[in-house]
Design a protein around this ligand. Sequence first.
Ligand code: ANZ
Length: 848
Amino acid sequence: GGGYDAYAIQQKWQARWAESDPFRAGGTGDSRPRKYVLGMFPYPSGDLHMGHAENYAYVDVVARFWRHRGYNVLNPIGWDSFGLPAENAAIQRGADPREWTYANIEQHKRSFREYGSSYDWSRILHTSDPEYYRWNQWLFQLLYERGLAYRKESPVNWCPNDQTVLANEQVVDGHCERCGAEVVKKKLTQWYFKITDYADRLLDDLNQLEGFWPQKVIRMQRNWIGRSVGADIDFEIEGHPEKVTVFSTRPDTLHGATFMVVAPDSDLAAELASGSSAEVRMRFQDYLTNVGRSSEIERQSTDRPKTGVFLERWAINPINGERLPIWAADYVLADYGHGAVMAVPAHDQRDLDFARAFDLPIKVVVDTTAPITGAIPVIELDENGEPSESALEESLADIDPARTGIALTGDGRMINSGSLDGLSKRHAIARITEELAAAGTGRASKSYRLRDWLISRQRFWGTPIPMIHTQDGRIVPVPADQLPLTLPDAEGLDLTPKGTSPLGGATEWMTTTDPETGEPALRDADTMDTFVDSSWYFLRFLTPNDADEAFSTAEAAKWAPVDSYIGGVEHAILHLLYARFITKVLFDAGLVDFTEPFSSLVNQGMVLLGGSKMSKSKGNLVEFSASMREPGADAVRTAIAFAGPVEDDINWEDVSTTGAQKFLARAWRVAHDVQSDPDVVWAEGDESLRRVTHRLLADAPSLVEQTKFNVVVARLMELVNATRKAIDSGPGKADPAVREAAEVTAMVLDLFAPHTAEEMWETLGYEPFVGLVPWRAPDPTLLVEDTVTAVVQIDGKVRATLEVSARIDAKDLEALARADARVQRALAGREITRTVVRPPKVVSFSTN
Ligand code: ANZ
């Protein structure tokens, strides 16, 4: 008796799972093949909302699916628990970041239990535990030993009013987002990881992820790394001992260089200016102050008026000895290429804008009107068989960049370029690169957009950097036997951001001894970017409680890489790039035997409310914990899975949890109505219902693997409806096919609504847990649509035959017969006076 009580069922099965821990991954004795399924771990900031509900529902579908398919599944959960949210809460509310963080984690754990997620709860990790971050410190030192961690002075955004370092997003039009003060650049010495050493591998290995990662993510990673191929060219500078090297993607245009531009904020610009007149030095200083106020994005914008200062210095073009004036201008960036460019205004738009603004010469060296066949320019010849100069002059006059203001960036035929004349771009690049290399003034080269990874944070709530600064200026690792280097108590520390680290104020903590001399020494006051924590956490899940090593190489060989990684597209670049980088470092260190951490990646769409992404700041959160009682975990999960394709955004207003509740109640009722015993002979059951059941068994696996979860839910609904019909108006409750359908429903429903599925399974007379039941093999004979040949007669003569389903009804069969072209031809417009239909074999028409 009684109705479907979702909440009671939910609580009952959660207690049973907590008791038996059925989803723990199998250990050494388990011979099943393995699958590692992982959802991107959450920040413990505030409560979970429907965006999380979506992510972790999908993760659970995949984990449960592979268990049914006979795999030993690892599906762990942890918390990315260092970072700004905790620190900001501490600053705003005076809460201790540690207490705030762990209270949130407890709340999250309750929510995930209430959600029925099938985690291996024995493998929990929190990155803010010393037992975890001890291994961040190990990792840091590993990179340091391998020459991949170094210190460098670099500019940060600084608000002089708030005495605060600002993230790029906190600088709006050059002003502090909070107080409106003008932001300046301030130099700080910070730690970097040398990810640029891995740029080529990070780029090239993306090829092996093609088809397994979303195309969009692969493209974003490629753009972020941004490899450009070209040449480095060395220029002598008059009155300067060192040559200046520029990077160019168009060395073919070297003859067209008419000036040189250096980044004003580079050391080179300062050096060149210092060798110039007092007036130039002053103008340069003024300019530099202004440049400090604009962002990199503003500096690269093409529709911004060009500004710059002539340094009254000269470079010598290595190919023809021409003197080129040197300018400092902010459209050249200090940290790309070599921070200096050879300016070719005829063929580069930014150089052209600059040349036109400051009246500098413009020299065309590529005739872009010359058509190119393959890589070879087609040269128009005059009557003497010479390249036609007049035609050239005429066509070039039309497109003269000095007049049109449009740079000639296309391919064409080299002109005014000595030995390069007549060549196409591709050949000219090859030729000039060879010539420069032979002369020792240039070489083939590549540049990358990718920058080294700045990992220092002047914040409290992160992993302390395990390095010691000695009195005599050495920087040495904290000895391994002193790790973990744990954070001090937050109490008494000033956590407000001020450009120096809060840890610097923990005097006692800061003082240590030089491991070599025993003299007093200082700790490093910075903490690590939390992206370090998340760059390797998937390995820690393999041996989360191991006190002796970060992870076990042997376990990694068994489980990793992650087979299925599921998370938000907001992590498409940095998190994934850093995890890929660290994996390659660990591979090089011989600690893992693979070079990519995530074999397949799924990005789910966002959950929107009122058209925008759910977020606390927008006040449009639908909280996770609040929905666990009503509509309940199963309804939320099922409604989300049914809402649409995984990668599409979902409007929460369109998600019908009521519809999901009704469907689940129907499914549950079917299990209750079954009247046959578990040992019935299915083969004796109703065949048409059995066909629906077995088609679901056959189709669902590939649908799940293609993440078409919504289609699987739709097919389950179809099966439940067919079963209901069989009970109410078909062979009835006792038919074996009804039991079979209910059992299969429970097994497949487990992916989406595990509590309801377990309840059905128990009702059907089985021991728990349906979550561990092997996928039932479909009966192939029930999958073939059996067909028969029907004949169509007109006035007693067979005019056509039709292949039709053996179960076709009279109406459908008649319609098919009438629609058949041969039948229509035979009727030739005559009127049908009598029709006899005997499905599935005969249709007979009479005419007059
Ligand atoms: C001469 C030239 C001629 C260039 C021409 C382009 C076209 P990507 O593709 O983005 O790598 N460049 C080099 N270093 C720079 C810096 N630090 N800041 C701003 N611009 C810089 O662009 C490479 C091109 O950008 C280089 O090739 C250089 O200009 C410029 F017809 O050299 B080129």
